[in-house]
Design a protein around this ligand. Sequence first.
Ligand code: ATP
Ligand code: MG
Length: 393
Amino acid sequence: MKEVLLCKYGELILKGANRSYFEGLLLKELKTRIRRAGDFDIYKAQSTIYIEPKDDSCDLDAALEYATRVFGIVTVDRACVVEKDADAIFKAAKEYLPQFLTGVRTFKADARRSDKRFPMTSPELSAHIGAAVLEAMPKLKVDLYNPEIIVRVEIREYGAYIHAGQYKGAGGMPLGSSGKGLLLLSGGIDSPVAGFMMAKRGVVLEALHFESFPYTSERAREKVLELAQILCEYSTHIKVHVISLTHIQEELRRACNEDYFTLLLRRYMMTLAQRTAEKYRCGALITGESLAQVASQTMAAIAVTDNAVSMPVLRPCIGLDKEEIVSIARKIGTFETSIQPYEDCCTVFTPRHPRTRPELDKVLAEEAKLDFNALCDEAFETLNTYDIRIDEE
Ligand code: ATP
Ligand code: MG
């Protein structure tokens, strides 16, 4: 029996004037990811994207898993497809559906007919499918109001699709529909989660990591590239830019009041991030900050860092507790890598008494002790780029 996947997307996409643009993005994204599971025909018709194996070597389980991770897709149905003939449909229903119904007590059959040439009405077809299922599994009961499972038959343009296995998709918006953002990616738990959350809203990710060699190690950089590799499951191709902050940090330590180190450093980081974003055409910066998590993430401290840049800074974790961030990190697969213990440039030279209620004029007075622009120019020269792509294996 031939099985296919039917991917359905949200109303948001269906209603918008950009519908065909969104569908194009979804198709492109599905094609890139599903390729890893074999040679599939992937096409759209009637507000559904079809994923059809071209030969026996295709791995439909893997394709299903990849499809449920594509943003913008709300549900994926695993269905068997037969010709639009009543007998063929009932026969297939009896053979195909029981595997999804073991351990189930109540069900309901729901037929939809988008091809109106099919000779039965939807209620008639539903009744016949229900009867066919009962014939195959006589212990099942029909419950029209609160069934444990709904068995569906869809009479569509290219065939009849029978299914009971519906899987939840990733939701969100198609990747690319919200432009490109520059993720400030540390090796920590929060920033990969922030990247995932913005990718879910349709933002293509590019990343920027700051290191401070030799205070941070080669291994710390590799960890960040590994995190970017995991994030490619959600934003297919991520350029990771790396900038060295070593000299800036040494200068800060030499010339400035220790209490302001972190804030001053963050203003350098934001400025360099904006420069990178402008050069690589990203429309916003993305950080993993969460309000009040640490001294540099109080409202006053955020005001001081934001003052260094003019572009929007997206902080999707701002209202989340650590536990909530950790639970997303586990779900998206970044947690185990994030907790590997390698130093971050922010943890080198941390002040003993960081300012939690900094005043901008005092910060600016400290900052004026160094040539801010010259140090930024010099650091920007160290920018190095790594191209990370979804694992093709
Ligand atoms: P994370 O878990 O993401 O490291 P955090 O709670 O440790 O976050 P901070 O170290 O204060 O918080 O950093 C706040 C945000 O600044 C991070 O979420 C990240 O977006 C950015 N950031 C911090 N360190 C770096 C770095 N070395 N390179 C790039 N961005 C960084
Ligand atoms: Mg950190």
